[in-house]
Write a protein that binds this ligand. Structure first.
Ligand code: FAD
Ligand code: FO1
Length: 501
């Protein structure tokens, strides 16, 4: 797909979004009719109305053309195997967005169900849109849909892609696969003064969309969607939606950020990490907002803020770079050059244990620490960041090939994590198993030169028994709550049936 960064401002016209943040995926052919059609923003990765560059651009363009703007969202059928846990969180966030965007901004929200390559072009045609704005994701599925949508919309329609997720737009940071955090860091830091800025306010619309969008029965939709993926139930500890996300950020920066530099790698000190990943993954909060808020505390705790910004900006944006420029971001084929060689050298090393997927999924290994981390993911929906590295590395030891290890880790990570299906997850798994973005270490069986992590090493670093006990209690509590919910549902059913009788 030919893309042009919007250096030619003539393609875009005036906008309060930096031109480097926008790529023209398609330039519509000017029509003889003088009256342009509306602007449609196809929202997918950045599911928020605040601090959203794609929405700001869509409104600016609509005002420039003096046409209305609408937001369209396509709900796929279990996107990449998504379960109740992820779909419930996403849909409850969208439900809030729907009422806020229509009531406060008077921008209609259209929800479609099916394949975006059908629903989005068909909506564009139906409403006679002249411009389609989309946000950006480096994942191959999303890029494939966009290529198809470019072909399917009428010639007159322009398509603009806005990177509303990265602070420095992915394509401005680098035009190649970056090998390490240390190579991408200076590139990001050079551009941060231009891009880490306060958001302009969303301008009032000059033209409002007429009637025509259907109402959405959110309760029924959520019920149906979560029933389909009920084997991985929703979690209660993380309130969905952008308002909750902003409150969460505020609480973190005020009361927990100060511990980030010292305690973030200790799974027993869970109040050092932000817990923002579910909100960031679904775009219910902007990373730029998180960085702006964290930066306010730089004078008070400089080391904590620097470390947090490094993870939030450099490592997160490195993951987008990896998934964009490495086609095989979720497979052994995407290993670093040295990683592939060393893993192949050790492909036939004897493994102490080989576990089946079922044994791994049910946390039935001989390692109680690994089992605890697996159960934290299955029942809580979010494993501590430090444990994620140990968890993935041990899978390399227990599967018959590095390729199987990557596939197993991706499958489990995406199935159970509330923040799964994210470039961070693919990059994290490839870092742990295939040495991506990492240096080589002293050679060992199975791992070769890949950095290893051991049970003994963890014991020296943190209170392993305390973590195992914490997860045991967590699982007990989740099961108890589930039991109570079933009991209430059962009682309700009996009451209802008795009334009918
Ligand atoms: P915090 O430490 O508070 O970090 C704040 C934010 O910085 C995170 O939300 C994230 O956006 C970013 N960040 C932090 N660490 C990393 C990192 N190593 N790489 C990239 N960005 C980072 N992250 C996901 O979002 N989804 C996943 O599915 C996922 N799977 C992972 C699997 C493995 C094997 C590994 C090693 C890492 C994975 N990560 C994943 C990255 C990281 O562990 C999580 O982002 C982090 O634990 C989320 O918790 P938090 O928001 O409380 O983190
Ligand atoms: N985005 C959508 O536009 N439609 C969906 O139906 C959808 C479901 C979904 C389920 C789980 C999940 O983790 C993400 C989901 N997304 C969905 C969001 C989004 O497309 C992805 O987060 C990005 O592609 C990741 O880059």
């Amino acid at each position: 797909m030919a893309t042009a960064t919007a250096s030619a401002s003539s393609l875009i016209g005036s906008t309060s979004v930096q031109l480097g943040r926008i790529r023209v995926l398609k330039q519509g052919i000017l029509q003889p009719s003088p009256k342009p059609g509306p602007v449609v923003y196809w929202m997918f990765r950045d599911q928020r109305l605040r601090d959203n560059w794609a929405l700001i651009h869509a409104v600016d363009q609509a005002n420039r053309l003096n046409v209305p703007v609408a937001v369209a969202f396509n709900l796929f059928d279990q996107f990449l195997g998504a379960k109740a846990r992820q779909l419930g969180f996403m849909l409850r966030g969208l439900q809030q967005l729907h009422s806020e965007i229509e009531e406060k901004l008077r921008i209609p929200f259209f929800l479609f169900q099916g394949e975006a390559i059908d629903t989005i072009p068909s909506f564009v045609k139906e409403c006679g849109a002249s411009l389609l704005v989309t946000d950006f994701s480096p994942l191959r599925q999303v890029r494939g849909w966009k290529e198809e949508i470019v072909k399917r919309v009428p010639d007159s329609v322009s398509i603009h892609e806005v990177d509303a997720h990265n602070i420095v737009p992915m394509w401005m940071t680098s035009d190649r696969l970056e090998g390490y955090a240390r190579t991408i860091r200076p590139k990001i830091n050079n551009l941060l003064p231009d891009y880490l800025i306060e958001f302009p306010p969303l301008k009032p619309q000059t033209k409002i969309w007429g009637a025509g969008n259907r109402s959405i029965d959110w309760e029924e939709l959520i019920e149906n969607e979560t029933r389909k993926g009920a084997d991985v139930p929703e979690v209660e500890w993380c309130e969905p939606g952008e308002i909750a996300a902003l409150e969460h950020l505020k609480a973190f920066t005020k009361t927990r950020l100060m511990n980030y530099a010292t305690d973030r790698n200790n799974p027993m000190k869970r109040n050092a990490i932000s817990g923002l990943s579910p909100y960031l993954h679904f775009g219910q909060i902007s990373a730029q907002r998180c960085a702006l808020e964290a930066r306010k505390f730089h004078k008070v705790y400089p080391q904590a803020v620097d470390k947090f910004l490094d993870e939030l900006i450099v490592w997160r944006e490195l993951a987008d770079n990896f998934c964009y420029y490495e086609t095989h971001y979720d497979s052994f084929l995407g290993a670093s050059d040295w990683g592939r060689v060393t893993l192949m050298d050790h492909a036939f090393d004897k493994r102490e244990h080989i576990y089946t997927m079922e044994q791994l999924e049910k946390a039935q290994t001989a390692d109680p620490l690994w089992n605890a981390s697996q159960l934290e993911m299955v029942h809580h929906g979010k494993m501590h960041g430090y444990m994620r590295m140990y968890w993935a590395k041990r899978i390399l030891e227990w599967t018959s090939s590095p390729q199987e290890a990557v596939e197993t880790a991706v499958y489990l990570n995406d199935k159970y994590h509330i923040d799964g299906r994210d470039p961070n997850g693919y990059a994290g798994i490839m870092w742990s198993i295939c040495g991506v973005h990492d240096n080589d270490f002293q050679e060992r069986p199975v791992y070769g030169k890949i950095r290893s992590m051991t049970y003994g090493g963890c014991r020296r670093k943190f209170d392993v028994d305390g973590y195992i006990a914490y997860v045991k209690k967590l699982v007990r509590d989740v099961k108890k709550r589930k039991g109570e919910t079933c009991l209430i549902a059962h009682r309700d059913l009996i009451t209802r049936n008795t009334r009918v009788l």
